[in-house]
Design a protein around this ligand. Structure first.
Ligand SMILES: Cc1cc2nc3c(=O)[nH]c(=O)nc-3n(C[C@H](O)[C@H](O)[C@H](O)COP(=O)(O)OP(=O)(O)OC[C@H]3O[C@@H](n4cnc5c(N)ncnc54)[C@H](O)[C@@H]3O)c2cc1C
Length: 488
């Protein structure tokens, strides 16, 4: 059953208080969590809006109900394409990350991988996961994916760390479940999610079997603490605007002897599949970026084009060039997502999985350009978004007339609209909220170097050499397999 935004909010407020921000334990009704809740609220509203409901809902293959597309498992290549369209559209509404795809990507990764584990070991994880998902779909839950461990020394595997809790691990196995300890980092939406999907973050070896654990847990379960950072667009006193109601929290999610019952465990020691599950989630999440990141570029591009109009420089050659370049970045990333959807592979579970190569190329291109896009906006907006006086000075009778007079640029646009535009650009690009978005653009779904490693491992460089052998008339195939790319 589709929930309303109000039902979602009501359930959050009734959860156990385990959200910590700024040295205090808060109820989820605290204003510091509000901006993120408002973003997720948009996904609930869109499911009832006649204009967006076809994009934002889907028919469950598990129970035949109309469900949120954020909880849907890809049954066709078109499902993947629709997800991409949905993300681009909803990210426009909030002016940035729509945040709810973490659960979609974790669910799709688990759906595919649990089947593969069962196929290999005769375990029952896939049926368990389907039951959990069926319930999540029926209750229209908001789900975070807690993948990234705090990781300690990056050069060491989990079992090699000085402190074994630096990766989430099983500390006790019982007949009815397991007890886990550890901490996941950077968990977006965790303080306003109903459930956390916890999965491994890397490949593992036999010694790491206790760390090869995947499960679902309510976000307020006993022993779970969410120590969070919160940013929102700056609140407005006078010029209220939709963008200023949105924000985001990320948590360090601490598991202190948390009991996970058997029915919520989806991997338990099958270390050979830890890498497969980690990469399956990453592939799905990087695919999400091919939909959401073009939307972020659209927002920066729109702000750049509009401020060029306001500044009276829209016809300048460098402005047109920079805008064209931004359009190329947005559409190449989006195009990579479309290619990834169109060539998606069907897995043994029957679900489709985005094409790894196109997904990673798209995500990489997005990550490498994020700072450049802000650079273009800053260069065309001028310095005012950084130095403009606070909102109050535009409304103080002693200074209002000066402020209104001297903010004017192109006379076609009023003082108030000019003020609104520059304050928006300031919130978008000269703020704590912006800094977080920039880092998210680089690291979310994996750092660019991880995408490069992924592409390198997947790519068939040998076939490219063969093209040259054929063109050059070289008949011997005496290729050195051990090249810069390693053994094929
Ligand atoms: C805003 C934001 C939101 C996020 N949301 C979520 C979320 O909801 N859930 C979630 O699970 N994660 C989330 N992430 C985490 C994201 O996936 C990670 O930030 C990313 O994978 C990089 O990991 P890290 O931050 O630990 O950096 P590190 O792993 O410390 O990486 C730093 C650098 O070291 C390199 N490096 C790391 N290990 C090695 C090695 N062994 N050898 C050589 N080089 C190495 C990396 O490639 C990178 O260049 C989020 C991140 C951000 C910034």
């Amino acid at each position: 059953m589709l929930r309303t935004k109000e039902q979602y909010r009501e359930k959050l407020y009734s959860m156990r208080d385990n959200v910590y921000i700024g040295g205090k334990c808060l109820n989820r009704s605290d204003p510091l969590v509000e901006g993120g809740i408002n973003v997720i609220g948009v996904t609930f509203d869109a499911a009832f809006n006649p204009e967006t409901k076809d994009l934002v809902t889907a028919t469950s293959h598990l129970n035949g109900e109309t469900i949120s597309r954020f909880l849907h498992i890809y049954q066709t290549q078109d499902d993947l394409y629709k997800k991409q369209q949905m993300l681009r559209k909803l990210c426009h509404v909030v002016g940035g990350c729509i945040q709810r795809c973490m659960g979609t990507d974790g669910s799709n990764g688990l759906y595919v991988t649990t089947k593969e584990i069962d196929d290999k070991f005769g375990t029952q994880y896939h049926e368990r996961f389907k039951k959990w998902l069926d319930n999540a779909q029926r209750q229209d839950l908001v789900v975070n994916c807690a993948q990234t461990d705090v990781k300690g020394d990056r050069s060491k595997r989990p079992s090699e760390q000085v402190d074994p809790d630096l990766y989430v691990r099983v500390v006790e196995r019982r007949e009815d479940g397991v007890v886990v300890c550890g901490c996941k980092a950077h968990n977006t939406i965790a303080p306003y999610a109903d459930e956390l999907l916890v999965i491994p973050t890397r490949m593992m070896k036999e010694d790491d079997a206790d760390w090869a654990i995947a499960f679902a847990i309510p976000a307020d379960a006993e022993g779970v603490s969410l120590v969070c950072r919160s940013t929102s667009s700056r609140p407005r006193k006078h010029l209220d605007a939709p963008y200023n109601h949105y924000g985001m929290c990320d948590s360090m999610t601490v598991f202190d002897h948390v009991f996970v019952p058997n029915e919520r465990i989806f991997m338990n020691g099958e270390y050979k599949f830890a890498g497969r599950l980690a990469l399956s989630f990453a592939n799905n999440h990087r695919f999400s970026y091919c939909g959401c990141k073009p939307a972020v570029t659209d927002v920066i591009m729109g702000a750049t084009a509009l401020v060029a109009d306001y500044n009276g420089i829209a016809k300048a050659g460098h402005v047109k060039d920079e805008l064209t370049e931004m359009a190329i970045i947005a559409e190449l990333v989006y195009g990579a997502g479309i290619a990834s959807a169109a060539t998606a592979n069907v897995t043994s579970s029957g679900a489709f999985e985005p094409n790894f190569l196109y997904t990673n190329c798209g995500r990489y291109h997005a990550g490498m350009n994020i700072y450049h896009e802000y650079d273009v906006l800053a260069s065309i907006a001028g310095g005012f978004p950084a130095t403009m006086p606070p909102e109050d000075d535009y409304f103080n009778p002693a200074t209002k007339a000066y402020m209104d007079k001297y903010i004017m640029r192109n006379p076609e646009f009023s003082a108030e609209d000019t003020h609104r535009l520059f304050r928006f650009i300031s919130d978008l690009s000269v703020s704590a909220h912006c800094g977080v978005s920039q880092y998210a653009g680089v690291h979310g779904g994996g750092s660019p170097v991880m995408e490069r490693i992924g592409i390198r491992g997947f790519y068939d460089f040998e076939s490219k050499k063969q093209i040259i052998r054929d063109l050059a008339g070289i008949t011997a195939n005496n290729s050195l397999h051990e090249g810069v790319m390693g053994k094929k």
